[in-house]
Structures are given as C-alpha cells and as structure tokens.
Ligand binder design. Structure first.
Ligand SMILES: Nc1nc2c(ncn2[C@@H]2O[C@H](COP(=O)(O)OP(=O)(O)OP(=O)(O)O)[C@@H](O)[C@H]2O)c(=O)[nH]1
Ligand SMILES: [Mg+2]
Ligand SMILES: [Zn+2]
Length: 312
C-alpha cells in the first residue's frame, strides 16, 4: 500500500496515530501544507475522529504522511486554553458528546455543564450527561442530583447517574453509546478514564487520585485518544480534563437556540429580539413561572448571556 484513507485515533499535536482500512496502525505527520476545506483557524488542523488521506513514508517503520482531511460530518470546537483568540478542534465526526460531571470532588457546576451543552447544540451534536461517583454522595448531594435530573429532564437531556467503577451502574449509559462515536469530556479527575476502563477492561488506561489538598484532578490524560470497544462498532474519545468550556462566537440572540427547552418557545415572545430578561410578553418568563423551564437552567442562561455581553 502506498496511500489510502485512515481514521485518526490519537493526536499529540506533532504526530498522529492512524488506522487504515485494513486495521494497520501508522504514525503520521502532516505533510507540508494541508489542503483544508474548513475556514476554522484552529491550533490543530487534524483532530481525533478525522478521516484523512495518507501516503506511506516508510513502510517498515509504519510511518506515513497526512495529505488532506476528508470533509468532516461535524466537529466540536472550544476556545484554545493557550490563546483565547484561537480555536481548538476537540474531535470530529461524532455521534454523541458525553459530559461527565460529579457532585463529589472535583465538583462540577451546572454552569459548566450548560456551557458544554450549549457548545454541543451549536455544533449539532447530541449531548448526554453522566453524573459520576454516585457511591460517594451524602443526602445533600443526592438532593442536588434530583434537582439536576429534573432540570435536565425538562430540557430533554438524558442524564445517567453512575459509579464509574461499578459495571452494573453503567449499563444504561453503555447501551446508549453502543454503535456510536462518543466524545468524553469533563473536568480533570471526574472519572473519564475510569469509566472507559470499566467499559473496556482490557484497556487499563492510566487514572489518578484526585489530590487530597486541592480536590482537583491531576490532568492524567494529556492527549485526546480514541478507543474502539470490543464490539468493533462503538468508539470513545478520551480527552484531557478541561477547566472551563470556553464558548465560541455567539451572538446574544442566538443563545436561547442552544437551550432546547427555550428554543421550542421562542416564537411565543412578543419581540423577536427578546432576550427574556423581563421584556413584556415573554414566553420564556411565562414558562419559567409555570415550571416548564427550571430556574437553574434559566439562571445559567443569564450568566452565559452576561459573559457574552462582557465580550462585546
Ligand atoms: N469513589 C469513586 N471514585 C471514582 C469514580 N470514578 C473515578 N474515580 C476516581 O477518581 C480519580 C480520577 O479518575 P480519572 O479516571 O483519572 O479521571 P479523568 O477524568 O480521566 O481525569 P483526567 O485524565 O485528569 O482528565 C481516580 O482516583 C478514580 O479512581 C467513582 O465512580 N467513584
Ligand atoms: Mg483521564
Ligand atoms: Zn422572551
């Protein structure tokens, strides 16, 4: 074989691991200038989940050169952690995006979850929520979990309470992502790699204790990497923990479109530029009073809106 198409399984930023149609793995670099059909100025031209065309550089050593990217079905982007003006393509060609959160350490805020959900909506990728470390919750945390279940249920999201170490607790989640390529995202230390290890015990990914003094994760996973489940048909992309999910290029008026429970009601507002902050004849405020929308989600909407305003 001198050339062909392959799927990107791993990316370190300087080299990529590809798997070709025959199941052979290649270590690849990008050849000179990539022919790109996307107009995204990103810090990484090729992402995990991309299909690429490659050319063999050294067959015996398994080295290849990436020539170009097959047009993406979709992708998800976040603000580069190193440069707020640049974007980072987290992964491409996804069927689902899973946000892993926890109410134990390192606790995730609902605002963080909502920023992730908004991004997934904006890129048209179905989002799912897993709330992990259920085994550690006290009564107060169980009450908080119930509140989340109510709020995200009203918004139409699937939420799976799980204990990543207990296989029986992840059964429903595992059948939800069967047959899909799913992105796993969340703060460092929430249990992304632990969950993947339980889904595919043969893998034994590195995981790490959450630091006792800071309650924070230790950024054990440093690069995005895709794994195929034993069924040969489901794939999971493990990613390094993120501090925050920086939103990209939003107009204020757009934001409600990325809250599914609000999107459905927008045509009911009297003003078509309604920001739902107290304008007369607002269908969102009405739904809030009738408890069709949760206060928790509405408050996060206001917070994100305020952060967009600051940028302007
Ligand atoms: N008690 C309990 N601990 C868990 C659970 N899931 C994960 N942990 C622990 O949480 C710690 C962090 O887990 P990791 O899987 O390394 O977290 P991660 O999200 O991959 O973190 P990064 O790779 O740094 O982004 C490890 O000590 C795990 O054993 C759970 O359901 N219950
Ligand atoms: Mg990890
Ligand atoms: Zn309104």
């Amino acid at each position: 074989m001198n050339s062909g198409e392959a799927l990107v399984f791993k990316s370190t930023g300087s080299w990529y691991q590809l798997r070709d149609g025959e199941g052979r793995y290649w270590q690849a670099r990008i050849r000179g200038r990539l022919k790109m059909d996307t107009d995204i100025a990103s810090t990484n031209p090729v992402a995990v989940g991309d299909w690429v065309r490659f050319e063999v550089e050294d067959d015996a050593a398994g080295r290849a050169l990436i020539q170009d990217i097959v047009p993406r079905r979709n992708y998800i982007v976040r603000v580069s952690p190193h440069n707020r003006n640049q974007k980072h393509i987290v992964a491409a060609n996804l069927d689902a995006a899973l946000i892993i959160a926890t109410l134990a350490e390192p606790r995730s805020s609902n605002g963080f979850i909502d920023r992730f959900l908004v991004t997934a909506e904006a890129y048209h990728i179905p989002a799912i929520i897993a709330v992990n470390k259920l085994d550690l919750y006290d009564t107060e945390q169980m009450e908080q979990l119930a509140e989340w279940q109510e709020a995200y249920g009203l918004a139409g999201y699937e939420l799976f309470p799980v204990c990543a170490k207990a296989p029986e607790s992840i059964r429903a989640l595992s059948s939800r992502i069967a047959g899909c390529t799913t992105l796993f995202s969340g703060h460092s230390g929430v249990g992304k790699s632990t969950l993947i290890n339980t889904l595919m015990p043969s893998l034994a990914l590195r995981t790490a204790e959450v630091s006792a003094w800071s309650g924070k994760g230790q950024h054990t996973t440093t690069f995005a990497e895709m794994f195929e489940l034993p069924d040969g048909n489901s794939r999971i992309i493990d990613t390094p923990g993120v501090k925050e999910f920086g939103l990209i290029d939003f107009e204020r008026e757009e934001l409600t479109h990325y809250y599914p429970e609000m999107r459905a009601l927008l045509s009911g507002c009297r003003f078509n530029n309604c920001l739902h902050l107290g304008e007369p004849g607002c269908a969102i405020k009405e739904a809030l009073e009738e408890k069709q929308i949760s206060h928790m989600r509405y408050e996060s909407y206001r917070a994100i809106l305020a952060s967009i305003e600051k940028k302007w």
